[in-house]
Ligand binder design. Structure first.
Ligand code: FE2
Length: 388
């Protein structure tokens, strides 16, 4: 969680009179977690955020599960996922459990309306595409490589600038945060962390819309999408301050921690959330012990499931992997260097691969969408020598 921040005009003291240009009072909102005990922000609206004029249910968002008969690794190739829809309704669900829901989306259009996820905190990884996330907290431009953290309950929308867009989306049952072990008692990132406070991007400016009209906010709750109609523009905030707001960290600002011998996966950790961790494997120098083996050791992640999403670089050491591929390595079943990779790694000094990992404590379920893109030969890809 980044630190205290504010944008726009604020009264000198909280919970005191703050007047609009016409003499009326601004409407104060406390946007906070854990009832009123967790992190929060205080916002000042032109209109009461309670003033809804119409509500209806739009649709159920329940996924169609895929129940494979056998417990095995998966390779889900989403490179050719069809581009469609907007960043919210175009999401194609792939993997899920009670803690996290992972989708891929290749949106072709932005949003005229607004969205509020009342069910989960959101982490986007912008694989391809540029645009702007516009929220009650202000305007936050995004670009490839950005992790966008959107706290649950934030009213926002995306506008897209590129024709090609591809986002990975993780919806979390709890807040997505910077790992506690990277922070000191004051929340500041320590010198041991692979990134620093200066690397966070916060909303750049607050654009206040004091406009009447008909505005729709689509609210996700209980795996359903609701439509709330307001007769004022929902981004009507004159000023806000606090600790809870959308922010961005770009994966290219992750400074890899390397060593003489192979470093364990936790050195790549970027975020933590209840029940799962997110790791960033970025281009880096490889292990420099004269006898170093620079590929990961075999392991069977005995108490976690592990998704790796391939972003860019040379994946040729892994059979059949391509950009947009997901591998899901199941608990209790080994994975490791593919045939030939161990020998080929000797003397290799650097890697240009970039991949994002999501490691979950609870087992992941797979969806019917994942089934469509699943390569059933993957569990046997360690059999045949392919790497020279
Ligand atoms: Fe692994």
């Amino acid at each position: 969680m980044p630190s205290y921040y504010s944008l726009g005009r604020l009264p000198p003291k909280r919970h005191t009179q703050f007047r609009k240009p016409d003499g009326g009072l601004f409407q104060e909102e406390i946007f906070g977690t854990e009832a009123f005990s967790g992190v929060y922000s205080t916002l000042y609206h032109y209109n009461p955020p309670t003033r809804v004029s119409h509500i209806k249910k739009l649709k159920d968002l329940a996924v169609i599960p895929w129940r494979p008969d056998i417990h095995r690794h998966h390779h889900v190739r989403t490179k050719d996922l069809e581009p469609a829809g907007n960043p919210v309704e175009g999401r194609q669900p792939l993997f899920y459990n009670n803690d996290v829901f992972i989708s891929s989306v290749r949106p072709t259009e932005g949003m005229e309306w607004f969205f509020r996820n009342a069910q989960g905190d959101e982490l986007y990884f912008v694989h391809e595409g540029r645009g702007v996330l516009e929220s009650v907290f202000g305007v936050l431009p995004f670009k490839p490589g950005d992790f966008i953290v959107v706290p649950r309950g934030t009213t926002y929308r995306f506008s897209l600038e590129d024709r090609k867009n591809r986002f990975l989306v993780a919806e979390s049952a709890g807040p997505v945060e910077v790992p506690r072990r990277y922070r000191n008692d004051y929340g500041q990132l320590t010198e041991l962390a692979p990134f620093c406070d200066r690397d966070f991007r916060r909303p750049e400016k607050l654009v206040t819309h004091d406009e009447a009209g008909e505005f729709e906010v689509k609210v996700k709750v209980e795996n359903s999408l609701m439509s709330y109609i307001f007769n004022f523009h929902p981004l009507d905030v004159e000023g806000w301050d606090g600790y809870l707001y959308p922010w961005i960290f770009n994966v290219n600002d992750f400074e890899p921690i390397t060593g003489r011998v192979h470093q364990p996966p936790p050195v790549h950790q970027a975020f933590e959330a209840p029940g799962f961790d997110v790791l960033a494997f970025v281009p880096r120098k490889l292990d420099y012990h004269p006898l170093a083996v620079t590929v990961p050791y075999n392991h069977s992640n005995i108490d976690s499931d592990e998704i790796l999403y391939y972003v860019s670089g040379d994946f040729t050491s892994r059979k059949g992997i391509e950009i947009g591929s997901f591998t899901l390595h199941r608990r209790g079943v080994h994975h490791g260097p593919q045939p030939g990779a161990l020998e080929a790694s000797v003397g290799k000094e650097a890697t240009n691969e970039m991949a994002i990992m999501v490691e979950t404590r609870k087992a992941l379920k797979v969806t019917s969408v994942a089934e469509r893109f699943d390569d059933a030969t993957y569990p046997f890809s360690w059999l045949t020598p392919t790497v020279k």
